[in-house]
Write a protein that binds this ligand. Structure first.
Ligand SMILES: NC(=O)c1ccc[n+]([C@@H]2O[C@H](COP(=O)([O-])OP(=O)(O)OC[C@H]3O[C@@H](n4cnc5c(N)ncnc54)[C@H](O)[C@@H]3O)[C@@H](O)[C@H]2O)c1
Ligand SMILES: O=c1ccn([C@@H]2O[C@H](COP(=O)(O)OP(=O)(O)O[C@H]3OC[C@@H](O)[C@H](O)[C@H]3O)[C@@H](O)[C@H]2O)c(=O)[nH]1
Length: 346
C-alpha cells in the first residue's frame, strides 16, 4: 500500500487504510490493476479510459447511466478483453472488485445538471457515498472529480485551494456546487474515519473532442455555431472570464494525481484566462470569420471570473498544461465537423 504523504489535512488520519485484495501480493498470479471509471462514457471519462487502456497492465470497468454520456465514446473498447461496460446508476450500490476508482459520474454542463437538480444532488451525495463504501469494502484508492464551482462566484482571484469559496446555497446552480462540496466532505470524512486513500481534483473548464454537440457549454456551443454558420451566443455581459484546459492535459493531471501521494484537493486547469467575448472572437477568427457575435441573456449566479492557481499541481504533481487554447480549438473543430458533416470551405 502506498504511503499516504498528503499535503493538506490528512495528517489527522486516524486509521490505516483497509488492505487491498490478497491477489495484489500473490506470488504466482500477477493480477492486472483493475480500475473503475464512473461516468466513463462521458466526455472526460472516455478520454481517461483511452489513456488507461493504453497500459496493458490495466483492466478498466466503466459504469455509466448514459444521461449525458454515450456508448459511442467507448466503441473502440467494447469487446476488448481488458474492458467492461456496465449500465449502472451510481445512486445504487455497486459490488465490483477493483484497485482504483476514478469517480466522475455526474452531469457537468449547467443545462444538464440544472435539468433535474434533485437527481444531481443524489448523484453527488449518494453516488459518492456508494463509491466510498465500495472503496472501503475492497481497499481501493478513490479519486473524485470535483470542480472549480466549489469556489462559486469567487472573491479571490486567481483561486487557490485554500479559498473556501463564495457559493449560493439555495440557487439554481447549488445542486451541483453544493453537491460537489458535500462530495469533497464525504471524501475527507471517509479518509479520516476509515483510512480510505482519497484524491480530490478540482477541475476547471475543460474542452475537446467528443463533447456533446448540444452540450450547452460555451466552447462546444461556439464551435458548433461557427461550423454551422450560426451567430455565436455570448451570454451577457461577455466580460465574465473562464480558463480552458484541453482534455489530454486534464487526463494527464488526473492520472498523476491518482498515482501520486497527495490527497488534494488540487486545482487542475489551464491558467490562460479569457473573457467570453474574447473566446467568441478567437473562435470566429480561427473557424468562421463570417459569423456574427450576438449578446444573449445570461442565467442566474453565473460566476464572473475564474482562473486556477496551479502552483500546487506544478509542485506536487509536476504537472502543467501544454496545449494553448489557439492550438486546442482547431483539434476540436475537426471532430465537430466530422460529426456535423460540414467540411471546411477552401
Ligand atoms: N468538463 C469540465 O469542464 C468539468 C469541470 C469541472 C468538473 N468536471 C467534472 O468531471 C466529471 C466529468 O465531466 P464531463 O465534462 O466529462 O461530463 P459528462 O456529462 O460528459 O460526463 C459525465 C458522465 O457521467 C454519467 N452520469 C451522470 N450521472 C450519472 C449517474 N447517476 N450514474 C452513472 N453515471 C452518471 C453521464 O452519463 C456521463 O457519461 C464530472 O464529475 C464533472 O463534474 C468537469
Ligand atoms: O452559449 C454560451 C454558453 C455559455 N456562455 C458563458 O460561458 C461561460 C461558461 O459557461 P459554461 O456553461 O461553459 O460553463 P461554466 O463555467 O458555467 O460551468 C463549468 O465550470 C465548471 C464545471 O464544473 C462545470 O462542469 C462546467 O460546466 C459562462 O459565463 C456562460 O455565461 C456563453 O457566453 N454562451
Amino acid at each position: 500500500m502506498a504511503k499516504e504523504a498528503s499535503n493538506t489535512n490528512s495528517s489527522v488520519t486516524t486509521k490505516p487504510p483497509p488492505s487491498p485484495s490478497p491477489l495484489r501480493n500473490a506470488k504466482f498470479f500477477q493480477a492486472n490493476m483493475r480500475i473503475l471509471v464512473t461516468g466513463g462514457a462521458g466526455f472526460i471519462g472516455s478520454h481517461l479510459v483511452d489513456r488507461l487502456m493504453e497500459n496493458e497492465k490495466n483492466e478498466v470497468i466503466v459504469v455509466d447511466n448514459y444521461f449525458t454520456g454515450s456508448k459511442d465514446n467507448l466503441k473502440k473498447w467494447i469487446g476488448h478483453p481488458r474492458f467492461e461496460l456496465i449500465r449502472h446508476d451510481v445512486t445504487e450500490t455497486l459490488l465490483v472488485e477493483v484497485d482504483q476508482i476514478y469517480h466522475l459520474a455526474c452531469p457537468a454542463s449547467p443545462i444538464f445538471y440544472k435539468y433535474n437538480p434533485v437527481k444531481t444532488i443524489k448523484t453527488n451525495v449518494i453516488g459518492t457515498l456508494n463509491m466510498l463504501g465500495l472503496a472501503k469494502r475492497v481497499g481501493a484508492r478513490i479519486l473524485l472529480t470535483s470542480t472549480s464551482e466549489v469556489y462559486g462566484d469567487p472573491l479571490m482571484h486567481p483561486q487557490d485551494e485554500t479559498y473556501w469559496g463564495n457559493v449560493n446555497p439555495i440557487g439554481v446552480r447549488s445542486c451541483y456546487d453544493e453537491g460537489k462540496r458535500v462530495a469533497e466532505t464525504l471524501m475527507y470524512d471517509y479518509h479520516r474515519q476509515h483510512g480510505i486513500e482519497i484524491r480530490i481534483a478540482r477541475i476547471f473548464n475543460t474542452y475537446g473532442p467528443r463533447m456533446n454537440i448540444d452540450d450547452g457549454r460555451v466552447v462546444s456551443n461556439f464551435i458548433a455555431q461557427a461550423v454551422r454558420g450560426e451567430p455565436l451566443t455570448v451570454q451577457a455581459p461577455g466580460t465574465q472570464t473562464r480558463s480552458f484546459c484541453y482534455v489530454s492535459d486534464m487526463v494527464d493531471g488526473l492520472i498523476r494525481l491518482m498515482e501520486g501521494d497527495n490527497t488534494g484537493p488540487i486545482n487542475i486547469g489551464n491558467p490562460g484566462e479569457f473573457t467570453m467575448l474574447e473566446l467568441a472572437e478567437t473562435v470566429k477568427e480561427l473557424i468562421n470569420p463570417d459569423v456574427e457575435i450576438i449578446s444573449v441573456e445570461n442565467t442566474p449566479d453565473d460566476p464572473r471570473q475564474r482562473k486556477p492557481d496551479i502552483t500546487k499541481a506544478k509542485e506536487l504533481l509536476g504537472w502543467e498544461p501544454k496545449i494553448k487554447l489557439r492550438d486546442g480549438l482547431p483539434l476540436m473543430e475537426d471532430d465537430f465537423r466530422t460529426r456535423l458533416g460540414v467540411t471546411r470551405k477552401n
